[in-house]
Design a protein around this ligand. Structure first.
Ligand code: MCN
Ligand code: CUN
Length: 788
C-alpha cells in the first residue's frame, strides 16, 4: 500500500527516523536513576538467603550506628499502617515486607534508608536477621500432592497450595473426538522460568510533599495510571487518595512485561518517603532484579492432538500446571488467570478443543509475570506448533504440507475458534508460502537428505503462529475491575503544531514517532510537528498502559479517532473560511478544498490558526479532542517463521544458519520500527529456546541469578534475521493495524525447537524441552551414538 501522505508529512507507511533516538543514543535520556531531587535519600533492601523460613528476630542496632543510616524499615513498621501486604494484579495478596516468614530466596526482609546509596548498602550488610528454616517446596506437582505442607498460612481458610482452576472449550466433545481420532500424538512440554533482563532494572523515586499532601513517584512502570489507581486503593486509608498521587514514567530502558506489576520496593520507598518526609530513591541492582522480580513462564504442559490419517486435525486437549511461586502476581486481565492461553488452537481449523490450567504455590518468587508474551500466548504457540510437528513426524508428512492442510482458510474469517475467540482476519497460507519461497524450502529438504547420508545434522523448523493482542474489548477485559480501553488527547496549537498525549507508555517501542505518524496520517500535520507525551498521570489521559502489544490496537486507534474528531471541526471552520457549505469540501491529507475548484483551499495550519483567531460565531474556539477507545475485538497478527539449523556433533551446539520471518500485523505505521520490533523479538525468542533458564535446587536456591549463569544473547549469538511481510488489515481497527511488539518472541521458539528436533528425527528424537543448550543436545547425541 503506497503511503497517503508525502515523506515530509510522514504519515503511515513512512520509515521516518525515531524522534526519541537523538537523545537516547547520545546518552541524554532521562531515566529514573538520572533524576536527583533536593534532599533525596537512598534505599537498599535486606534480602533473605532462605527460600522458606520463619523470621525470629531482625536486629537493626548495628546498622543504625553507621553515620548516614537514618532508618531501618521492617514489616512490623508497615503493619502499623496495614501496609505490610498488598494486592496483586490477580487479586491475590503479596507481602511488602514480612512480619512472620519469608517465602522465597531473595525476598525483601527490611529496608535501609540512608543519605547515600553506598551507606544504604553498608546498612544492609549490618542488619542481622535470625531465621528458622522451614521445609521448601519447589516442585508444583509436589505442592499439589495431598498432605503437602500448606505454604500460604497467612490465608485463614487455605488448606492446600492450589491457586486456581481455569478451563475453556468442550470437555466431552473433545474427549469423544480424541477417542475417535485415527492418530493421537501426546507430549509433555515444559517451558521453564525465564527473566526479561531488560537493560534498566526496576526502580523509583518516591517524593511526598508534606505541605501539599501530594505524592509524586517517578517509576519504571509500563502502566502509570493503573499503578496510580492501585496505590490509591492500597494507601487511600492513610490519606493518599488518587488526585494526590502523580506517577511519572520517564524514559524506560526496556520493560518487556517485567515492569507491569507493583513490586514491594516501590511500596516501601513510598512508605519511607511519607514517613520521613523526604524523597527516597530505590534502584535495584542487577542481581536483585534477576533474583526477585519479573519472572515468566514456568508452565508444565501436557498436550494431545488428534487427527485423521490424512493429517486433518480433529481435536486438541491441553492440561497445564502453572507454577506461580508464592503469590499469583501475574499480569493478566482479571477474568483470565491463564491469560490468553486459549489461543492454543493456533492457526488451525480445529473442530474440537479443551484446555485447562491449574495454578500452584511454591517457594519461588511470584511468577507468571511476563516476557514479551501477550498474556501466555508464547506458551500456547509453543504447545500447538510443537504438537503440529509431532503429528507430522507421526504421519511421516512434511510439516509445511500438514500446516497448509489445516490452516483456517482465508475465506473463513472472521473465524470462530473452538475455544471462543473471533479471529479478525488472516491469510496463513500466503505467509507460509512466502516464507517457503524466500528460504528455498524444497531445495533445503533435498540438501538435508544429502547431509543425512553423510552423517551431518541439519534441521528445518517451521512455526506458523497466531497472536492475539489489543485488550480490551472492555466487556471482557479488566484489571482489578478497571476496564481495558485506551486513550488519546490531541491539542492543535494556534500555529499549527500539536501535542498528543496517550494513556500508554513506551519502553523502547518508539511511540513518540509512530503516534506522531498517526496524527500526521489523519490530519496532514507533519509528524515532526507533533510532540507525543506519555507516562505522566497529571497530564496524560487515563489509560491502561503498554503491554500485550496493545498500544497500536487501543491507544493508536484512539489517536486516529481523536484526530478524526478534530478533522470534523476543522471542516466546519474551512467551510466558514471558504464561504461554502461543508458538503462542498473535499479532504486530502493536510487541506480542505472546494469540489471542482481545487485552487480554493485551506491548509490544516490555516484552519488551525483560524480556530483561535477567526472561528465562526457560535462555535467554541480551539482545536482539540480526546478519545477513549474501546476496541470491538482483539487483533490477531500472525506469521510464518522458518529456521534452518546445523548441529555440531562435537559440542552439541545449535547454529542457526538461516531464519526467515514473514510477519503480518495488518497495515503498518512505520515499517522500520516494525522491523526493529521483529528483530528484537526474534532475538528474545531465540534466547529461551537456546540459552535462558532459571531453575531452583531442592532447597529453593536459585540457579541462574546472575549474568554468569543466566545467559542473555548478545550480538555474537544473534544470527542474521531475514524478515518479510504480508499485509492483511484488521477489519475493525480504524487504521487496519494490528499489534506486533511480541509476535516474534511468541513465534520464534517453536521454529527453533522444531528445527533441532527435525535434525535429530531420524535418530528417534521426538521432543526436546527448551533451552536446548549445547550440553543438553550433546547428551542426546551421545545417547543416540552420534556424538563426535
Ligand atoms: N507498529 C507499527 N505498525 C503496526 C503495529 C505496530 O508501526 N501495525 C509500531 C507501533 O507504533 C509501536 C511498535 O510498533 O511503535 C510496537 O507496537 P505494538 O505492537 O502496538 O506494541 P506496544 O507499543 O504496545 O509495545 C508493547 C510490546 C510488548 S507487550 C513488549 S513485552 C515489548 C515490545 O512491545 N517490550 C519492548 N517491544 C519492545 N521493544 C522495546 N524496545 N522495549 C521493550 O520493552
Ligand atoms: Cu507479556 S510482556 Mo509485554 O505484554 O509487556
Amino acid at each position: 500500500m503506497a503511503p497517503k501522505t508525502t515523506a515530509d508529512v510522514g504519515g503511515m507507511g513512512h520509515s521516518i527516523r525515531r524522534k526519541e533516538d537523538p537523545r537516547l543514543i547520545r546518552g541524554q535520556g532521562n531515566f529514573v536513576d538520572d533524576i536527583t531531587l533536593p534532599g533525596m535519600l537512598y534505599m537498599d533492601i535486606v534480602r533473605t538467603p532462605y527460600a522458606h523460613a520463619k523470621i525470629t528476630a531482625i536486629n537493626s542496632e548495628e546498622a543504625l550506628k553507621i553515620p548516614g543510616v537514618l532508618a531501618v524499615i521492617t514489616g512490623a513498621d508497615l503493619a502499623k499502617y496495614n501496609l505490610h501486604w498488598m494486592p496483586t494484579l490477580m487479586s491475590d495478596t503479596q507481602m511488602v515486607l514480612p512480619t512472620e516468614k519469608v517465602m522465597y530466596q531473595s525476598q525483601e526482609v527490611a529496608a535501609v534508608i540512608a543519605t547515600s546509596r553506598y551507606v544504604a548498602a553498608d546498612g544492609v550488610e549490618a542488619v542481622s536477621v535470625d531465621y528458622e528454616p522451614l521445609p521448601v517446596i519447589v516442585d508444583p506437582f509436589k505442592a499439589l500432592e495431598p498432605g503437602a505442607q500448606v505454604l500460604r498460612t497467612d490465608k485463614k481458610d487455605k488448606k492446600d497450595n492450589h491457586i486456581f482452576h481455569w478451563e475453556a472449550g468442550d470437555r466431552a466433545g473433545t474427549e469423544k473426538a480424541l477417542k475417535e481420532a485415527e492418530v493421537v500424538v501426546s507430549q509433555d512440554l515444559y517451558l521453564p522460568r525465564i527473566h526479561v533482563a531488560s537493560i534498566e532494572t526496576c526502580g523509583c523515586i518516591a517524593d511526598f510533599d508534606k505541605v501539599r499532601g501530594k505524592l509524586t513517584v517517578y517509576m519504571t512502570t509500563q502502566a502509570p495510571h493503573a499503578i496510580r489507581t492501585v496505590f490509591a486503593l492500597v494507601a487511600g486509608h492513610v490519606g493518599l487518595s488518587e488526585e494526590r498521587i502523580r506517577i511519572v514514567s520517564p524514559d524506560i530502558g526496556g520493560g518487556f512485561g517485567g515492569k507491569v506489576p507493583v513490586y514491594p520496593g516501590y511500596v516501601i520507598a513510598v512508605a519511607a518517603s511519607v514517613l520521613i518526609g523526604k524523597p527516597v530513591k530505590w534502584i535495584e541492582d542487577r542481581m536483585e532484579n534477576l533474583q526477585a522480580d519479573s519472572f515468566a513462564r514456568d508452565y508444565h504442559i501436557k498436550a494431545e492432538l488428534g487427527a485423521k490419517k490424512d493429517g486433518r486435525m480433529t481435536a486438541l486437549r491441553i492440561k497445564t500446571l502453572a507454577d506461580h511461586g508464592y503469590a499469583d502476581a501475574a499480569a493478566n486481565p482479571s477474568k483470565f488467570p491463564a491469560g490468553l492461553f486459549s489461543i492454543c488452537t493456533g492457526s488451525y481449523d480445529m473442530p474440537h478443543a479443551f484446555v485447562e490450567v491449574d495454578g500452584a504455590y511454591t517457594n519461588k518468587p511470584p511468577g507468571g509475570v511476563a516476557y514479551r508474551c501477550s498474556f501466555r500466548v508464547t506458551e500456547a504457540v509453543h504447545a500447538i506448533e510443537r504438537m503440529t510437528d509431532r503429528l507430522a513426524q507421526e504421519l511421516k508428512m512434511d510439516p509445511a504440507e500438514l500446516r497448509l492442510k489445516n490452516f483456517i482458510p482465508a475465506d473463513k474469517f472472521p473465524y470462530h475458534s473452538a475455544l471462543g475467540w473471533e479471529y479478525d482476519s488472516g491469510n496463513y497460507q500466503a505467509a507460509l508460502r512466502k516464507a517457503m519461497d524466500k528460504i528455498g524450502y524444497q531445495a533445503l529438504r533435498k540438501e538435508q537428505v544429502e547431509k543425512r547420508k553423510r552423517g551431518e545434522l541439519m534441521g528445518i523448523g517451521i512455526s506458523s503462529f497466531t497472536e492475539i493482542v489489543g485488550a480490551g474489548p472492555s466487556k471482557h477485559f479488566d484489571i482489578l475491575g478497571i476496564k481495558m480501553f485506551d486513550s488519546a488527547e490531541i491539542r492543535i496549537h494556534p500555529t499549527g503544531k500539536a501535542t498528543a498525549r496517550f494513556g500508554t507508555k513506551s519502553q523502547g517501542q518508539g511511540h513518540e514517532t509512530t503516534y506522531a505518524q498517526i496524527v500526521a496520517e489523519e490530519l496532514g500535520i507533519p509528524a515532526k510537528d507533533v510532540e507525543v507525551e506519555e507516562g505522566d498521570t497529571d497530564t496524560a489521559p487515563y489509560g491502561l498502559g503498554t503491554y500485550a502489544s496493545r498500544s497500536t490496537p487501543t491507544a493508536g486507534a484512539a489517536g486516529a479517532m481523536a484526530a478524526r474528531k478534530i478533522r470534523e471541526k476543522a471542516k466546519k471552520i474551512a467551510a466558514h473560511l471558504l464561504e461554502v457549505s461543508e458538503e462542498d469540501l473535499v479532504w486530502e491529507p493536510g487541506k480542505f478544498s472546494v469540489k471542482g475548484a481545487p485552487q480554493k483551499s485551506k491548509t490544516i495550519q490555516e484552519i488551525t490558526f483560524a480556530a483561535y483567531t477567526n472561528h465562526p460565531q457560535g462555535m467554541e474556539a480551539g482545536l482539540e479532542a480526546v478519545s477513549y477507545y474501546d476496541p470491538p475485538n482483539l487483533t490477531f497478527p500472525f506469521g510464518s517463521y522458518i529456521c534452518v539449523v546445523d548441529i555440531d556433533r562435537g559440542t552439541g551446539e545449535v547454529k542457526i544458519r538461516r531464519f526467515v520471518a514473514v510477519d503480518d500485523c495488518g497495515n503498518i505505521i512505520n515499517p522500520m520500527i516494525v522491523e526493529g520490533q521483529i528483530h528484537g523479538g526474534l532475538t528474545m525468542g531465540m534466547a529461551p529456546a537456546l540459552l535462558e533458564e532459571i531453575s531452583y535446587d531442592e532447597g529453593g536456591n536459585m540457579q541462574g541469578g546472575s549474568f554468569m549463569d543466566y545467559l542473555v544473547p548478545t550480538a555474537v549469538e544473534t544470527p542474521k534475521w531475514e524478515t518479510d511481510k504480508t499485509v492483511t488489515p484488521s477489519p475493525h481497527h480504524p487504521l487496519g493495524a494490528k499489534g506486533v511488539g511480541e509476535s516474534a518472541t511468541v513465534g520464534a521458539p517453536p521454529a527453533i525447537v522444531n528445527a533441532v528436533v527435525d535434525a535429530l528425527a531420524h535418530l528417534g528424537v521426538r521432543h526436546i524441552d527448551i533451552p536446548m543448550t549445547p550440553e543438553k543436545v550433546w547428551r542426546i547425541l551421545k545417547e543416540k551414538g552420534v556424538a563426535e
